[in-house]
Design a protein around this ligand. Structure first.
Ligand SMILES: CC(C)(COP(=O)(O)OP(=O)(O)OC[C@H]1O[C@@H](n2cnc3c(N)ncnc32)[C@H](O)[C@@H]1OP(=O)(O)O)[C@@H](O)C(=O)NCCC(=O)NCCS
Length: 84
């Protein structure tokens, strides 16, 4: 039996300058990216969050995680990067 073909879209990064945050730009960026991926044929979207920094750090991802969750994304696993 043939397997159905599913196209996946990947979002690597969005960011808003600190002075402009909290005004809806991040959600507008995400919605635009999702719309572009959808129009390119993606039926599923995967994104990554480097969520290993403490609260208040420059890389604190509290806002990003809230944005993605409120947009319907669910965490499916955790990725660890290694270097030598
Ligand atoms: C994540 C980021 C893009 C959000 O941009 P933004 O313009 O501030 O976001 P918005 O004003 O559109 O808010 C969208 C949602 O984000 C969440 N959010 C925004 N600021 C938040 C904060 N300080 N604390 C918790 N959640 C927050 C809320 O869920 C908000 O939805 P709501 O307004 O309905 O409550 C921005 O904080 C950013 O650039 N962060 C640093 C880079 C980053 O983490 N990028 C993502 C890496 S994967």
């Amino acid at each position: 039996m043939e397997r159905p073909c599913r196209a996946r879209g990947f979002q690597w990064w969005i960011g808003v300058e600190p002075a402009a945050r909290g005004r809806g730009l991040g959600r507008a960026l995400l919605d635009t990216a999702l719309d572009v991926l959808h129009r390119m044929g993606a039926s599923e979207v995967i994104l990554f969050v480097d969520d290993d920094a403490p609260l208040g750090d420059d890389r604190d991802r509290t806002a990003a995680k809230a944005l993605y969750k409120s947009s319907g994304f669910e965490e499916i696993d955790r990725l660890h990067s290694f270097t030598k």
